[in-house]
Ligand binder design. Sequence first.
Ligand SMILES: [Mg+2]
Length: 352
Amino acid sequence: MVNPSLGEEIGPVPVGPAGGPREDELLATLRRLLSDDAPGVRLGLGDDAALVDMGAHLGVLTADMLVEGVHFDLATTSARDLGYKAVAVNVSDVAAMGGSPRYGLVSLGVPAAVDASWVVELYGGIRDAATEYAVSIVGGDTSRSDRVVLSVAVTGEVARGRAVTRAGARPADRIVVTGWLGGAAGGLALSRADPHVVAQAVGWGWGHELLGAHFRPAARVGEGQALAGGGATAMIDVSDGLTLDLWRLCRESGVGAAVRLADVPVHPALFELAGVLEVEPLELALSGGEDYELLATLPAPAVKDVASGLRDRFGTTLMEIGEIRAGEGLTAMDRDGNERPMEPKGWDHLAG
Ligand SMILES: [Mg+2]
């Protein structure tokens, strides 16, 4: 992927301070390779989205790819859900900058064996999400490929001075997260379980919630803007797991973080799931990934107002789970105030 002849120019692939995953190491290399000072680029590679000059606002640019066998399995994922999710995860990256999504480009690679009706369903799901998030799909491409590959790019906009990157967290800032965590990972585990277990869980109600969290994630657009307006100093969406995404935010901000485990908002349905499958609810909430909740840092005095704003306007809970500290690395705190180092764990797209 990286041209070997450029090896000397860009040097050895760096390893993150806490030994970050392969994806992060490769990204750090590509960031150095592609970095330039082109006029109009306010923020390039390495955040949830890029920021560029675009008229009166800053343009927010992001792209995400879903690959069969890596991100989804055709046997358990419907075309409609896949199309919906591909748009929602991009919108989530725009939300994590405090922006509003506007336009989308959809590119699809599809094997000859896949039915035209499957492709039509896929675009039906894309349209559903586009309608939900007020995104206009304005172009893209299609090609034959040996497996389904769906790549979506979304542009958005954010008022100048209102964009929130991963880089602004300061010691003593409070760490907050929207909604519940671990639901999507629980839904993935459930979707792979015995069909009788799945049917029973759906019948009980909580199974439906978990499957929905996995197959139809919600992007927190209004919440992202409210967090930005409320003074968020840094923000990221939780795509790869709380600890891994918090570690990324801390690395960009040059700080460390302490998390109170008892305050992590573990999705309540995970305790039901733990009754039928071997899963650890807290573990899924800390490192499950794909929840697309927003993880942000706020000055302590701002937390209360932002939390009540999110509850009143969107019905979304905002949980304070810890604080930013000087230094580096993650610390876990238990109920008794004991502290231990916490490794960033989550979904590494290159390790699979
Ligand atoms: Mg992101």
